[in-house]
Design a protein around this ligand. Structure first.
Ligand code: AMP
Length: 398
């Protein structure tokens, strides 16, 4: 049996884990523990053959949740004690300006991630909890932090600087950071390989369209602009997030209606996007309602796709030359309707979607543009856990 990395993604009350062969991406098992700390929780473990095991029980602590995950491996194989575990790879959402690379976790790194909590109050505390528990349970294994923001640390000042007072920028780290970087990086590499090009010679617009959504302009293999900013709220329309709005919306609602800023922030993050527009955050439901003539769902779909098209145009202008537009994540990989609508009318830019290819099976990286297209249009399934495992191995491997 080869080497493995245990990839851990700890949220505020959930823990996602997957054992990954960093070379092939194969996985002998993984799962999700939800509602940690609540009276009733659930562990769902999936085996290599697709078999599932569910444990409905209480998981009062993250430590208990991780032990339950280890027991699931003991029961269904392979036991974590028997595999050659070379690292635990931790997904960390915010790495600020300090972390542009995967990083070996030590006490200093933990303190630095804790210092970044004000920039990601919803994410970094859970990520830290995961690191703390895993370091205790796997004291002899290297722990590697892989940051969602890292891939975007190559953005030039012109792309990451907000036009706000100097004190905000200098003293309070108010700038654009970008997120989904692990996915954008993985997909950019796979897209270049599909095109048969050197990544360092490839310009791409990558569209990560899942429940969260972001667009990235990749020049010669590195991120030069991305649609998410200080937080993952900026940019594209998402399942429940508004994406771009006039920043004066907060002040307006606060002043006119007396609404607390926290309520407005919560609504923009959790009750907006597709959900705010038509009551549903799942694009499958939006498409189903639209097919039945629901006007709100049709508007939601149109607003979603129109915003994507605006960013494709903007990033075309940023890059000057584009080799490919790449779709990834839940919606990007599975919704031909979204892909066609988002890129409609861009033929003069050399961007077109072939209908048969777009609606055909997508079993891996796939070209969906006509053969003679100036700009290729690709669908590339993302695999953030595999990328985290690869990056962890790159630090600890021979
Ligand atoms: P992700 O966050 O990448 O897991 O993507 C999740 C989202 O993908 C879901 O909320 C759905 O909106 C969307 N999705 C999944 N399958 C389909 C599908 N067959 N057609 C359209 N959207 C889909």
């Amino acid at each position: 049996m080869g080497q493995y990395v245990l990839v851990v993604n700890a949220g505020s009350s959930s823990l996602k884990y997957r054992l990954v062969d960093p070379v092939s991406g194969d996985t002998p098992g993984g799962g999700l523990v939800e509602q940690i700390g609540e009276p009733a929780g659930r562990l769902k473990h999936v085996m290599a053959d697709g078999g599932r095991h569910t444990d409905e029980g209480a998981f009062p602590t993250f430590e208990g949740a991780l032990q339950a995950a280890a027991q699931a491996f003991d029961q269904h194989g392979p036991s974590l004690r028997d595999v050659d575990l070379v690292a635990v790879g931790h997904r960390v959402v915010h790495g600020g300006e300090r972390f542009a690379q995967p990083t070996l976790v030590d006490d200093d790194v933990v303190a630095a991630i804790a210092e970044l909590v004000p920039l990601a109050p919803l994410h970094n505390p859970g990520n830290l909890k995961g690191i703390e528990v895993c370091r205790r349970l796997f004291p002899d294994v290297a722990h590697v932090a892989v940051f969602d923001t890292a891939f975007h640390q190559t953005m030039p000042p012109v792309a990451f600087t907000y036009a706000v007072p100097a004190a905000w920028r200098d003293e309070h780290m108010i700038r654009r950071y970008g997120f989904h970087g692990t996915s954008h990086g993985f997909v950019a590499g796979a897209a270049a390989r599909l095109l048969g090009r050197d990544p360092q010679d490839t310009n791409l617009v990558v569209l990560h369209l899942g429940n969260g959504a972001s667009a990235t302009a990749v020049r010669r293999g590195v991120s030069v602009d991305t649609s998410m900013g200080l937080t993952p709220l900026e940019g594209l329309v998402m399942g429940t997030r508004s994406g771009d709005v006039d920043p004066a919306v907060h002040a307006h609602l606060h002043r006119q209606l007396g609404w607390p800023l926290d309520d407005i922030d919560h609504a923009l993050n959790h009750d907006s996007g597709l959900k705010g527009l038509c009551g549903h955050n799942d694009s499958r439901k939006v498409e189903e309602l639209m097919a039945r003539g629901d006007a709100a769902a049709a508007l939601a779909f149109d607003v979603f796709c129109y915003r994507i098209r605006k960013y494709v145009g903007a990033y075309y202008a940023v890059l000057g030359e584009v080799d490919a537009v790449v779709f990834t994540a839940g919606i990007g990989e599975r919704s031909p309707l979204t892909r066609a609508a988002a890129l409609s009318g861009l033929e003069r830019l050399g961007i077109a979607v072939d209908e048969a290819r777009n609606t055909g099976p997508i079993d891996g990286p796939t070209v969906i543009s006509p053969d003679d297209s100036e700009v290729a249009v690709l669908v590339v399934p993302t695999d953030e856990e595999w990328e985290i495992a690869r990056q962890a191995l790159s630090l600890v491997g021979p």
